[in-house]
Design a protein around this ligand. Structure first.
Ligand code: SAH
Ligand code: SF4
Length: 351
């Protein structure tokens, strides 16, 4: 059975029309779910009993299971179990100006970045649109507060699951739905160049973030396999074309790895690469993980890197660290859960 959460409003209307129902009935169902947060067809009292029965036998309306939750002052981290038993995670970040959620787009990731937990475990499958939507519904329900912005920066490469991610965006952006403004939605890619062009053509006001992490091809190819397919020249050209087309500023993410990409030379090279582009750089302190040997840059190196970019008139911020104490880095919670399971399976097999 297909999940009702996979449907954007238009596709739900199309389905209703195809079974001889009126358009406004589909809108009522959409409003029950996204405005009233009723997740049970029986309670949708303005629909006929017949229609409710029909919907029950056509759509799955179940939510996700929260298997683990780690909470700190500024962050809640959720581990969800999907209906097929796979795990994904999402992070709620509490700011003074509102709450943002970082959602996963795939189970694992095939891009294989050397520093990343999600890449270490490889992609199992793409997430369906409704599985991404439900991460937000579950968190709003649990936290009892509205989410004001969303970043697609959890597990997975969103542009490797492009259509489902775009449908997810349409659902959460719908003013009659969760109603998160396009300007408050950001998609982060490791640099799938053709998809950056496709995204530029969508005609929506959502944001783009690009994980650059190195200022030259030699270094980038060492830590990000994707650079072997789409090198820095192609990537920067795509970013420039995206800005020209959409008139929107792009975020460049730069993860600082100790003694790898955090030197003064790297900072200067990055400044030269980005000069004149309408971008802002977000420096990300690395969240160390137990399986990967990379280390976090020292405070001095982070500040030095920041100063060099500033001196070169590049817009730059240092990302506030969220939930370092609670495995909040991309993929860490899922990785530890998968490991627990593998360990458990191994033990039962040995018996
Ligand atoms: N696949 C997309 C989005 C998910 S990763 C992408 O790569 O952009 C989101 C961000 O988290 C990326 O910039 C990624 O490089 C970064 N990241 C991965 N592992 C991290 C870690 N251990 N600490 C801090 N950031 C990490
Ligand atoms: Fe995938 Fe992004 Fe992790 Fe790279 S950093 S492996 S693209 S999730």
């Amino acid at each position: 059975m297909q999940s009702i959460f996979d449907y954007d409003k238009q596709s739900l209307i199309d389905y209703f029309l195809s079974i001889g129902e009126k358009k406004f009935k589909a809108e009522q169902v959409y409003s029950w779910i996204y405005e009233k947060r009723v997740f049970n067809f029986d309670d949708m009292t303005n629909l006929s009993l017949d229609l409710r029965d029909k919907l029950k036998s056509t759509f799955d309306i179940s939510l996700l299971e929260i298997v683990r939750k780690q909470e700190s002052d500024d962050t809640n981290k959720y581990l969800f179990k999907l209906s097929d038993g796979n795990f994904i995670e999402a992070v709620l970040m509490k700011h003074d100006y509102g709450n943002s959620v970082c959602v996963s787009s795939q189970v694992g990731c095939n891009m294989g970045c050397a520093f990343c937990e999600s890449g270490r475990l490889k992609k199992v499958r793409d997430l369906l649109p409704g599985e991404i939507v439900r991460q937000i519904l579950m968190i709003e329900d649990d936290y009892k507060n509205r989410i004001s912005s969303v970043v697609v920066m959890g597990i997975g490469e969103p542009f490797d699951n492009y259509d489902n991610v775009m449908r997810f965006i349409r659902i959460i952006n719908d003013p009659k739905g969760i109603a998160i403004g396009a300007r408050h939605i950001t998609v982060s890619t490791s640099g799938l160049v053709p998809k950056i062009y496709e995204y530029a053509d969508e005609g929506i006001q959502t944001n783009l973030a690009v994980s650059l992490h190195a200022p030259n091809n030699e270094l980038r190819s060492k830590i990000m396999n994707v650079n072997k397919a789409y090198n820095i020249d192609l990537l920067i050209k795509a970013v420039k074309d995206y800005i020209d087309k959409t008139n929107r500023r792009v975020t460049i993410e730069y993860l600082l790895l100790k003694d790898v990409n955090d030197t003064s030379e790297c900072a200067q090279e990055l400044a030269d690469l980005l000069k004149g582009l309408n971008v802002y750089v977000n420096l990300i302190p690395y969240n160390e993980t137990s399986h990967i040997e990379f280390k976090k840059s020292t405070k001095e190196n982070i500040m030095n890197f920041y100063d060099i970019l500033k001196k070169n008139k590049i817009n730059v911020t240092i990302r506030r660290e969220f939930g370092g104490d609670i495995d909040a880095a991309c993929g860490q919670l899922r990785a530890s859960e998968v490991e627990r399971w593998n360990h458990f399976i191994l033990q039962t097999q040995e018996r």
